[in-house]
Design a binder for this molecule. Structure first.
Ligand code: PEP
Length: 248
């Protein structure tokens, strides 16, 4: 049985001070949730976030990492550094990283492998552009992203991986995929995982992301292959709790 996960992606928002205050306020609102709750925060907020979330059910993650352990990569953060902070998750290959920072399926794969080596849970993102959807190549594109992104991920490790399906046309636009559109692609992702990992595919969490809000979370999360959400804009407000508590 897969437990739902409501994961916030703060992107480049929230100072350390704002982080501490927000998490203190969020804690009582989500303390009885049936879903796992996580916040992916900017690097500089990690310590404050972990301190504020201590003894609560809120887990903390990062939004990216390099695939090398150390070296001449100015401005980058390594898996060794992340592991030592105590974060649990790391987003890998968000479409904004792919679009603005030239990440490819190949670099995503290197990062996923490194995250697993350091016992960090990778939330590996995939998703199609509007043009790809209109051309009818969504599923082919997603299958390729999944197959390359997970290359050499062992059958022992695969159940630790979280996949986030995020149609690019739905991210930050206010346009949400219909629950049927989201389910169709998440089911195709699970089929691809089944081809690669057999029955283990049924234990891998697949999130939907793209303008998830309190009003649409319960319908989306109620679909058979959607195991929660990766939530951008709506995770910056305390009403994120409505998404976490989608089933109440
Ligand atoms: C995201 O950043 O992963 C995302 C889905 O953003 P939003 O919820 O704002 O569309």
């Amino acid at each position: 049985m897969r437990k739902k996960l409501a994961a916030g992606n703060w992107k480049m928002n929230m100072t350390p001070e704002e982080t501490g205050r927000f998490i203190e306020d969020l804690k009582p609102l989500v303390k009885d949730s049936n879903a796992d709750v996580a916040l992916m925060v900017p690097y500089v907020d990690i310590k404050t976030a972990l301190d504020a979330a201590k003894d609560s059910n809120i887990e903390i993650g990062a939004q990216n990492m390099h695939f090398e352990e150390s070296g001449a990569f100015t401005g980058e953060i390594s898996p060794v550094m992340l592991k030592e902070t105590g974060v649990k998750y790391v987003i890998i290959g968000h479409s904004e990283r792919r679009e603005y920072f030239a990440e490819t399926d190949e670099t995503v794969n290197k990062k996923v492998l490194k995250a697993l080596e350091y016992d960090l849970i990778p939330i590996m993102c995939c998703g199609e552009t509007l043009t790809q959807r209109e051309q009818g190549i969504t599923i082919d594109h997603i299958r390729k992203q999944i197959k390359i992104g997970l290359l050499n991920v062992s059958s022992d490790d695969i159940e630790k991986v979280v996949i986030a399906y995020e149609p690019i046309w739905a991210i930050g636009t206010g346009v949400t995929a219909t629950s049927e559109q989201a389910q169709e692609v998440c089911a195709a992702i699970r089929d691809t995982l089944r081809e690669l990992y057999g029955e283990k595919a049924d234990n891998i969490r697949i999130l939907y992301g793209g303008s998830v809000k309190g009003e649409n979370a319960s319908e989306l999360f109620g679909m058979p292959d959607i195991d929660g959400g990766l939530v951008g804009g709506a995770s910056l407000k305390l009403s994120f709790a409505d998404i976490v508590n989608y089933d109440k």
